[in-house]
Design a protein around this ligand. Sequence first.
Ligand code: 5U1
Length: 668
Amino acid sequence: MTAELERIDSLREQLQEHNYRYYVLDEPSVPDSEYDHLMHELRALELQHPRSVTPDSPTQRVGAAPSGTFTSIKHKVPMLSLSDVFADSEVEDFDRRVRKLLDVEQLVYAAEPKMDGLAVSLTYIDGRLFQAATRGDGNRGENVTANVRTIEAIPLRLRGSAYPSELEVRGEVYMPREGFNAYNLNARKNGEKTLANPRNGAAGSLRQLDPAITAKRPLAFFAYAAITREGLPDTQFEVLQRLRDWGFPVNPEVQRVTGFKGCTAFYHYLEALRAGLNYDIDGVVYKVDSFDAQDELGFVARAPRWAVARKFPAEEEITRLIAIDVQVGRTGAITPVARLEAVSVAGVTVTNATLHNEDEIRRKDVRPGDWVVIRRAGDVIPEVVRSLPERRHKDLPEWQFPQSCPVCNSAIEKIEGESIARCSGGLFCQAQRKQSIRHFATRKALDIEGLGDKLVDMLVDVGLLDSVADLFKLKLEDIASLERMGEKSATNLLQQLEKSKDVSLARLLYALGIREVGEVTAASLAEVFGSLDALAAAGIDDLISVQDVGPIVAEHVYQFFREQHNQTVINALLAAGVTPRAVEVISRDGPLEGQVWVLTGTLAFPRSKAKKWLESLGAKVTGSVSKKTTVLLAGESAGSKLTKAEKLGVAVMDGEAFAQLLKSHGIE
Ligand code: 5U1
């Protein structure tokens, strides 16, 4: 064996061991970067030695091409379901029944969390994953091997060597809450379909025809049974430990308990733990621990007599949607909220649930008056999962998103491509005022020393501040009378406020808290427009022509100044004596006075320099070509702007001619 082939073997073993430590022991042994590094090295070596690649190599998780359909697999041993019970007394009955049948005083049980995921059966031949199937109808399931192979928590090859030549393991594929939330957050941001809940997420992901898609979904796995008996221990609890040794993650909460009392204590322990777990469980499972006893008890219909599932109260319930209200967050984000007929979900009365945003309401087709499914899982905010249109009155109208903010009546702004709508009255809206005043006082804004978040909250709460403009109306006695504020600190604050009135236009623009206008953009806007009036009068095209300003920022700035409420606050600021220091306005007189230039393509010098040179010669530089454009300066690989200029008959100049022009004006 060459050194490289030996290295390939060693890398596979190391990666398998790291996986075991990460997924089974929950004790990662190396940082992710180190793991990625080893994987990278293995991939590179396998590329050089393609014949060494085996299906159980950690690099071969996504191997199969998309399939047109899933084939059907007959389970060698049917995948049974469990009898459900819902009360302590029913568990007591179960315990009494099995003890009577076995004629024993006391029984030991393996008590396990019941995962809310998707049951699968995994077959290993000679220690290698051979086949994976869903439960299906219990007798036949779907062959989901290619998808299951992409789940990193499932070993492609068993650890050690003491395993039966054929081993069937069953367990639950699930989507951890963290992964589910991250997936939905991203989907919402991109306007894509969200997953209704982690269970649907796991089921939908396993049923993807393209394993590459499954590979991107955050799926995990817990094993709960070995169907094979030969060469295995005699109890369920010990088998779970053996499964761990072979490399299967087993739920760490599994316990061995004694009698009915032990069972109920476990149930209440998990009930308390449930909200804080990173996965959904819908109950607990009690299994008679001894396999001899299990064999003696046997089965009834389609369920074992030796096991029972004690279910938690349902997390999903149906109720009536009375109305959809909208809430305004501290940053102006508008969130639709469902007002519901009170319903008890998982033991808690729910009257409100989030609907996230308008797109989601449309997608779920939710209308006031509808019957809706509400879900409350763990400690997350209850949400409307879907409507039941089959129970809808036929004339129920669609819900209309409001045009104006319910708090301050300012216009609601929704940028195309963004899912969140926002109130545009940032300076005025009561829902946003604490946030806007806090921001106004920060170091990079008006830098009002002594005006911290707590003081802002207090001043707003006692009714002294409605907007940032009120800061300059504060009186010594108002401030001094506040808790923990004496005359000295009040005097200091008034001095700071006075000082802050002399501020650069850039800082003031930043302080106004216009969405997406950070300090750099504020400085660019201040430099180009020179005054608040000029900026307020600017059109979208004018704004886009400014460096750092794209269509979305331009839209935010434009809308901000269109909102009369914001203008009122700005006027009040100016009236109170806030004087933005006008920046030097770019001289427009010069040989190119009156000309409008646009720059495109790759030039031999930075665009910012070209812009400065042109402005020093009196030209105006904008970002898009229009009929008003005098010259398009086109560098290498110019694209759509060049096409547009040619179409409109705008003069086009290349870099060389431009250099000549500069030279003729003494710029070299
Ligand atoms: N934890 C656990 N869940 N669960 C589900 N154990 C368990 N056992 C099951 C099922 C359906 O069936 C046994 C009969 C193997």
